[in-house]
Design a protein around this ligand. Structure first.
Ligand SMILES: Cc1cc2nc3c(=O)[nH]c(=O)nc-3n(C[C@H](O)[C@H](O)[C@H](O)COP(=O)(O)OP(=O)(O)OC[C@H]3O[C@@H](n4cnc5c(N)ncnc54)[C@H](O)[C@@H]3O)c2cc1C
Length: 325
């Protein structure tokens, strides 16, 4: 039976949903899913229930004073020691920057290869030590085949490539793993954090109202702000907008901005250049509002309104308000 070790990701004391994506992806391999959680700041019982619901059978909590908050070297060394100890066949994390950093740290320490950002985990990964994997490169605009040959296969699954899906499994059994970490790993530890924004963020918003060059000015984003507030969403934008200084870079969607995965992306006055598209393509549905029916964003959209966004958006706001009374 294959043993799959999924690396849990947490931020401060919250287990990240990226972990659940990695467990969901790992279910495509036939085997026992173990999860390694770093530090004791996350409530272990809660984590065991959460990862169990997604199909994990065992939760191993790595405890050490240097694992209190994120530290790439501390997490990487703890993972390398866990791999030595547990001898899993496959090690999986979600391909977030943190997930990839930790896997790279562990792989380098163990002198093992690592394939990042795979689009799926093929069944052969479980039972063959020689497998071909497809992974995304260049922000998603290139698919590459990578051949992996190793007794312990270390891979990450591209963020948002799979949707986390619960199977309502029972809570995972829990045990503690105490790694002997070297003092030198303490040189890169997270020692404090400041939330740039609270509540719904661009990457977690269920609905994003994106505006592009077609919006025309900073002030003309007011209807998008109003829609976001009416619908509980966030405003995003293209790089043409940030280049013009109409919106801050934190609102930018794309290769050099944020990857979004909302239920609905409303893209107004955005042409859909490849660098923008790679940040938007994980959206479940896309509604494009554009004067050009041949714009790339329109061609790729699920719904399209052809027209001037300065007329369409106020009309949508009026309609929502009148329906709500
Ligand atoms: C290395 C690199 C990285 C990049 N990274 C990013 C990135 O992360 N994110 C990103 O967005 N871009 C990125 N870009 C830039 C990208 O190539 C495009 O230039 C940019 O996305 C274009 O923005 P846009 O769609 O708003 O503007 P345009 O391409 O100019 O499109 C404007 C659209 O608005 C429509 N329009 C105009 N007026 C109206 C109106 N009144 N009503 C309705 N529609 C209207 C037009 O028909 C057109 O489709 C990057 C480029 C490079 C080289």
């Amino acid at each position: 039976m294959t043993d799959i070790l999924v690396v849990a990701e947490s931020d401060a004391d919250v287990l990240s949903s990226a972990t659940l994506e990695a467990i969901t992806a790992a279910r495509s391999l036939e085997g026992t899913i173990h999860v390694l959680l770093f530090g004791s700041s996350v409530d272990a019982d809660e984590a065991a229930a959460r990862v169990g619901a997604f199909g994990a059978e065992e939760l191993h909590v790595a405890e050490h004073e240097l694992l209190g908050d994120y530290g790439p070297e501390a997490w990487g060394q703890a993972l390398a020691l866990a791999i030595d100890d547990m001898e899993p066949d496959v090690v999986v994390a979600c391909g977030t920057s943190k997930g990839n950093e930790v896997l790279a740290q562990a792989a380098a320490r163990l002198d093992l290869p690592f394939v990042a950002n795979c689009i799926d985990l093929p069944g052969e990964l479980a039972d063959s030590d020689d497998v071909v994997l497809t992974r995304v490169q260049w922000g998603g605009s290139l698919l590459e085949e990578a051949s992996l040959s190793a007794e312990t296969r270390i891979v990450s699954i591209s963020h948002h490539a799979v949707e986390a899906e619960s199977i309502d499994g029972p809570a995972a059994t829990t045990d503690t793993f105490v790694p002997e970490l070297h003092d030198t790993v303490a040189r890169s530890l997270c020692v404090g954090r400041e939330m740039a924004e609270a509540g719904v963020t661009l990457s977690t918003a269920p609905i994003v109202f994106g505006g592009g060059r077609g919006v025309g000015s900073a002030d003309a984003f007011a209807p998008l702000e109003e829609l976001a507030s009416l619908m509980g969403g966030r405003v995003g934008c293209s790089r043409a907008v940030t280049n013009n200084g109409w919106r801050p870079h934190r609102d930018q969607v794309g290769q050099t901005g944020t990857r979004i995965a909302p239920e609905l992306y409303v893209a107004s006055g955005i042409s859909g250049a490849i660098q923008h598209w790679v940040g938007a393509m994980a959206s479940k549905k896309i509604l494009a509002i554009n004067t050009d029916p041949e714009a790339n964003m329109v061609v790729k959209s699920d719904y399209f309104v052809q027209g001037d966004l300065h007329k369409v958006l106020p009309a949508v706001i009026d309609e929502i308000k009148s329906r709500r009374g």
